[in-house]
Design a protein around this ligand. Sequence first.
Ligand SMILES: [Mn+2]
Length: 272
Amino acid sequence: MSTYAIGDIQGCYKEFKRLLKEINFNKNKDTLWLAGDLVNRGPKSFDVIKYVMDLESSAITVLGNHDFYLIASYYEIDPWPHKNNSFEEIISNKDGEKIINWLKNQKIVHLDEYLKHILVHAGIHPNWEITEMLSLANLIEGSLRGEKCREFVKTLWSNSPDNWDKNLTQEQKLIFSVNVFTRMRYLKKDFSLDFDTKSHPENINCDNLIPWYEFSNNIYDKYKIIIGHWSTLGFQNRHNIISIDTGCAWGNKLTAVEISKNTDLKKYEVNC
Ligand SMILES: [Mn+2]
Protein backbone atom coordinates (compact mmCIF):
# COMPACT_ATOMS: atom_id res chain seq x y z
CA MET A 1 0.00 0.00 0.00
CA SER A 2 2.44 2.67 -1.17
CA THR A 3 1.95 5.98 -2.91
CA TYR A 4 4.48 6.95 -5.57
CA ALA A 5 4.75 10.18 -7.56
CA ILE A 6 6.41 10.21 -10.99
CA GLY A 7 7.53 13.29 -12.92
CA ASP A 8 7.01 14.29 -16.53
CA ILE A 9 6.97 11.13 -18.70
CA GLN A 10 6.54 12.98 -22.03
CA GLY A 11 5.98 9.93 -24.18
CA CYS A 12 8.94 7.98 -22.75
CA TYR A 13 7.03 4.71 -22.39
CA LYS A 14 10.02 2.35 -22.09
CA GLU A 15 11.57 4.38 -19.29
CA PHE A 16 8.19 4.66 -17.53
CA LYS A 17 7.76 0.88 -17.57
CA ARG A 18 11.34 0.41 -16.33
CA LEU A 19 10.70 2.78 -13.45
CA LEU A 20 7.47 0.97 -12.49
CA LYS A 21 9.49 -2.25 -12.35
CA GLU A 22 12.14 -0.54 -10.22
CA ILE A 23 9.54 0.50 -7.62
CA ASN A 24 7.73 -2.85 -7.86
CA PHE A 25 4.50 -1.04 -8.62
CA ASN A 26 1.43 -3.19 -7.96
CA LYS A 27 -1.77 -1.84 -9.48
CA ASN A 28 -3.88 -3.73 -6.95
CA LYS A 29 -2.15 -2.32 -3.89
CA ASP A 30 -0.26 0.85 -4.74
CA THR A 31 -1.24 4.31 -5.96
CA LEU A 32 0.58 6.27 -8.63
CA TRP A 33 0.52 10.07 -8.79
CA LEU A 34 1.56 11.49 -12.16
CA ALA A 35 2.70 15.11 -12.23
CA GLY A 36 1.44 15.79 -15.78
CA ASP A 37 3.03 16.19 -19.22
CA LEU A 38 2.40 12.57 -20.07
CA VAL A 39 2.76 13.42 -23.75
CA ASN A 40 4.87 15.10 -26.44
CA ARG A 41 8.60 15.18 -27.17
CA GLY A 42 9.18 11.46 -26.44
CA PRO A 43 8.36 8.74 -29.02
CA LYS A 44 5.41 6.90 -27.39
CA SER A 45 2.78 9.32 -26.09
CA PHE A 46 -0.04 7.01 -27.19
CA ASP A 47 1.35 4.02 -25.28
CA VAL A 48 1.91 6.09 -22.13
CA ILE A 49 -1.68 7.33 -22.02
CA LYS A 50 -3.19 3.92 -22.85
CA TYR A 51 -1.15 2.34 -20.08
CA VAL A 52 -2.19 4.97 -17.53
CA MET A 53 -5.85 4.64 -18.63
CA ASP A 54 -5.64 0.92 -17.88
CA LEU A 55 -4.44 1.65 -14.33
CA GLU A 56 -7.91 3.12 -13.70
CA SER A 57 -8.27 4.35 -10.11
CA SER A 58 -4.72 3.25 -9.16
CA ALA A 59 -3.37 6.30 -11.01
CA ILE A 60 -4.07 9.97 -10.28
CA THR A 61 -3.01 12.36 -13.01
CA VAL A 62 -2.83 16.15 -12.96
CA LEU A 63 -2.63 17.89 -16.32
CA GLY A 64 0.44 19.72 -17.61
CA ASN A 65 0.88 22.32 -20.33
CA HIS A 66 1.71 19.63 -22.94
CA ASP A 67 -1.49 17.74 -22.07
CA PHE A 68 -3.50 20.95 -22.66
CA TYR A 69 -1.59 21.39 -25.92
CA LEU A 70 -2.70 17.89 -27.02
CA ILE A 71 -6.35 18.68 -26.21
CA ALA A 72 -6.04 21.94 -28.20
CA SER A 73 -4.47 20.12 -31.16
CA TYR A 74 -7.29 17.56 -31.13
CA TYR A 75 -9.74 20.46 -31.50
CA GLU A 76 -7.60 21.86 -34.34
CA ILE A 77 -6.53 24.82 -32.25
CA ASP A 78 -2.83 25.24 -32.98
CA PRO A 79 -1.28 27.91 -30.78
CA TRP A 80 2.14 27.47 -32.44
CA PRO A 81 1.64 26.48 -36.10
CA HIS A 82 5.40 26.38 -36.74
CA LYS A 83 6.30 24.19 -33.77
CA ASN A 84 6.56 20.42 -34.11
CA ASN A 85 4.66 18.08 -31.83
CA SER A 86 4.14 14.33 -31.75
CA PHE A 87 0.35 14.25 -31.39
CA GLU A 88 -0.61 12.87 -34.81
CA GLU A 89 -0.39 9.26 -33.61
CA ILE A 90 -3.03 9.96 -30.95
CA ILE A 91 -5.26 12.31 -32.93
CA SER A 92 -5.54 10.02 -35.96
CA ASN A 93 -6.03 6.85 -33.89
CA LYS A 94 -9.47 5.23 -33.65
CA ASP A 95 -9.15 5.63 -29.86
CA GLY A 96 -8.17 9.30 -30.17
CA GLU A 97 -11.50 10.58 -28.95
CA LYS A 98 -11.45 8.20 -25.98
CA ILE A 99 -7.97 9.42 -25.03
CA ILE A 100 -8.99 13.08 -25.23
CA ASN A 101 -12.10 12.38 -23.14
CA TRP A 102 -9.96 10.64 -20.55
CA LEU A 103 -7.54 13.60 -20.44
CA LYS A 104 -10.47 16.00 -20.01
CA ASN A 105 -11.48 14.04 -16.92
CA GLN A 106 -8.12 14.23 -15.16
CA LYS A 107 -7.36 16.70 -12.40
CA ILE A 108 -5.59 20.05 -12.15
CA VAL A 109 -4.72 19.73 -8.48
CA HIS A 110 -4.77 16.68 -6.23
CA LEU A 111 -4.80 17.30 -2.48
CA ASP A 112 -4.27 14.44 -0.05
CA GLU A 113 -5.42 15.49 3.39
CA TYR A 114 -4.04 12.37 5.07
CA LEU A 115 -0.57 12.50 3.49
CA LYS A 116 -0.56 16.35 3.62
CA HIS A 117 0.75 16.60 0.06
CA ILE A 118 -0.57 18.39 -3.01
CA LEU A 119 0.20 17.26 -6.57
CA VAL A 120 0.19 19.93 -9.30
CA HIS A 121 2.14 20.26 -12.57
CA ALA A 122 3.82 23.67 -12.12
CA GLY A 123 2.78 25.36 -8.89
CA ILE A 124 0.37 27.37 -6.74
CA HIS A 125 0.26 31.16 -6.75
CA PRO A 126 1.38 32.76 -3.45
CA ASN A 127 -1.56 35.18 -3.41
CA TRP A 128 -4.12 32.39 -3.28
CA GLU A 129 -5.95 31.05 -0.24
CA ILE A 130 -6.60 27.34 -0.21
CA THR A 131 -10.35 27.63 -0.89
CA GLU A 132 -9.67 29.99 -3.79
CA MET A 133 -7.04 27.64 -5.23
CA LEU A 134 -9.39 24.66 -5.02
CA SER A 135 -12.29 26.53 -6.55
CA LEU A 136 -10.11 27.69 -9.46
CA ALA A 137 -8.97 24.11 -10.04
CA ASN A 138 -12.62 23.00 -9.97
CA LEU A 139 -13.57 25.71 -12.41
CA ILE A 140 -10.90 24.53 -14.88
CA GLU A 141 -11.88 20.87 -14.46
CA GLY A 142 -15.55 21.76 -15.02
CA SER A 143 -14.71 23.80 -18.12
CA LEU A 144 -12.74 20.89 -19.61
CA ARG A 145 -15.61 18.47 -18.98
CA GLY A 146 -18.32 20.85 -20.14
CA GLU A 147 -19.93 21.24 -23.54
CA LYS A 148 -17.95 24.38 -24.27
CA CYS A 149 -14.57 22.69 -23.79
CA ARG A 150 -13.28 23.72 -27.23
CA GLU A 151 -14.17 27.39 -26.67
CA PHE A 152 -12.52 27.25 -23.26
CA VAL A 153 -9.30 25.66 -24.54
CA LYS A 154 -9.18 28.20 -27.37
CA THR A 155 -8.97 31.11 -24.91
CA LEU A 156 -6.00 29.70 -23.01
CA TRP A 157 -3.01 30.58 -25.20
CA SER A 158 -2.34 33.97 -23.74
CA ASN A 159 0.11 35.49 -21.25
CA SER A 160 -2.41 38.05 -20.13
CA PRO A 161 -3.47 38.69 -17.41
CA ASP A 162 -0.09 38.10 -15.80
CA ASN A 163 -1.14 38.84 -12.21
CA TRP A 164 -3.88 37.78 -9.83
CA ASP A 165 -6.72 40.09 -8.94
CA LYS A 166 -9.99 38.98 -7.36
CA ASN A 167 -11.79 41.30 -9.77
CA LEU A 168 -10.65 39.54 -12.94
CA THR A 169 -13.46 38.27 -15.18
CA GLN A 170 -14.17 34.54 -15.09
CA GLU A 171 -12.41 34.07 -18.44
CA GLN A 172 -9.34 35.98 -17.18
CA LYS A 173 -9.29 33.95 -13.96
CA LEU A 174 -9.30 30.75 -16.00
CA ILE A 175 -6.45 31.88 -18.28
CA PHE A 176 -4.35 33.06 -15.34
CA SER A 177 -4.92 30.00 -13.20
CA VAL A 178 -4.21 27.50 -16.01
CA ASN A 179 -0.93 29.37 -16.54
CA VAL A 180 -0.11 29.15 -12.83
CA PHE A 181 -1.02 25.49 -12.43
CA THR A 182 0.69 24.33 -15.63
CA ARG A 183 3.42 26.81 -16.67
CA MET A 184 4.66 28.93 -13.74
CA ARG A 185 8.34 28.93 -12.68
CA TYR A 186 9.39 32.46 -11.71
CA LEU A 187 7.44 35.43 -10.37
CA LYS A 188 8.48 39.05 -10.20
CA LYS A 189 8.47 40.89 -6.86
CA ASP A 190 5.00 42.25 -7.63
CA PHE A 191 3.73 38.61 -7.90
CA SER A 192 3.29 38.77 -11.68
CA LEU A 193 4.21 35.73 -13.79
CA ASP A 194 7.35 35.54 -15.87
CA PHE A 195 6.76 33.40 -18.98
CA ASP A 196 10.23 33.30 -20.49
CA THR A 197 12.79 32.07 -18.00
CA LYS A 198 13.38 28.35 -17.57
CA SER A 199 16.89 28.16 -16.10
CA HIS A 200 17.91 26.84 -12.70
CA PRO A 201 17.74 29.61 -10.06
CA GLU A 202 21.53 29.45 -9.59
CA ASN A 203 21.95 30.55 -13.19
CA ILE A 204 19.64 33.55 -12.95
CA ASN A 205 21.21 36.95 -12.87
CA CYS A 206 18.19 39.10 -12.08
CA ASP A 207 16.94 40.30 -8.71
CA ASN A 208 13.42 40.55 -9.97
CA LEU A 209 12.93 36.85 -10.84
CA ILE A 210 12.07 34.67 -7.86
CA PRO A 211 11.07 30.97 -7.94
CA TRP A 212 7.38 30.88 -6.95
CA TYR A 213 8.04 28.50 -4.04
CA GLU A 214 10.32 31.05 -2.35
CA PHE A 215 7.30 33.25 -1.62
CA SER A 216 5.35 32.48 1.53
CA ASN A 217 1.82 31.18 1.58
CA ASN A 218 -0.45 29.28 4.00
CA ILE A 219 -0.90 26.46 1.52
CA TYR A 220 2.85 25.79 1.28
CA ASP A 221 3.08 25.86 5.08
CA LYS A 222 0.40 23.27 5.51
CA TYR A 223 1.10 20.91 2.60
CA LYS A 224 4.18 19.78 0.75
CA ILE A 225 3.72 20.46 -2.96
CA ILE A 226 4.89 17.92 -5.54
CA ILE A 227 5.64 19.47 -8.92
CA GLY A 228 6.96 18.48 -12.34
CA HIS A 229 7.44 20.89 -15.26
CA TRP A 230 10.82 22.38 -14.33
CA SER A 231 13.45 20.05 -15.76
CA THR A 232 16.33 22.50 -15.32
CA LEU A 233 15.48 22.75 -11.60
CA GLY A 234 15.72 18.97 -11.46
CA PHE A 235 15.13 16.93 -8.33
CA GLN A 236 14.55 19.01 -5.19
CA ASN A 237 13.27 18.05 -1.78
CA ARG A 238 12.78 21.35 0.04
CA HIS A 239 10.67 22.20 3.06
CA ASN A 240 7.67 23.14 0.90
CA ILE A 241 8.15 21.45 -2.49
CA ILE A 242 9.34 18.22 -4.06
CA SER A 243 10.39 18.80 -7.67
CA ILE A 244 10.48 15.60 -9.76
CA ASP A 245 10.82 16.54 -13.43
CA THR A 246 14.33 15.28 -14.09
CA GLY A 247 14.27 15.71 -17.87
CA CYS A 248 13.59 12.21 -19.20
CA ALA A 249 12.59 13.63 -22.59
CA TRP A 250 15.99 15.39 -22.72
CA GLY A 251 17.90 12.13 -22.14
CA ASN A 252 18.40 12.65 -18.41
CA LYS A 253 16.36 10.72 -15.83
CA LEU A 254 12.83 9.68 -14.93
CA THR A 255 12.22 9.97 -11.19
CA ALA A 256 9.74 8.48 -8.73
CA VAL A 257 9.36 9.31 -5.05
CA GLU A 258 7.52 7.32 -2.44
CA ILE A 259 5.28 9.58 -0.40
CA SER A 260 4.66 8.60 3.16
CA LYS A 261 3.45 10.30 6.30
CA ASN A 262 5.98 8.79 8.63
CA THR A 263 9.19 7.97 6.82
CA ASP A 264 11.69 10.06 4.90
CA LEU A 265 11.19 10.53 1.19
CA LYS A 266 12.47 7.62 -0.89
CA LYS A 267 13.70 8.39 -4.39
CA TYR A 268 13.99 6.03 -7.35
CA GLU A 269 15.26 6.85 -10.83
CA VAL A 270 16.07 5.32 -14.20
CA ASN A 271 18.38 6.69 -16.88
CA CYS A 272 16.73 7.83 -20.09
MN1 LIG B 1 5.32 21.21 -18.36
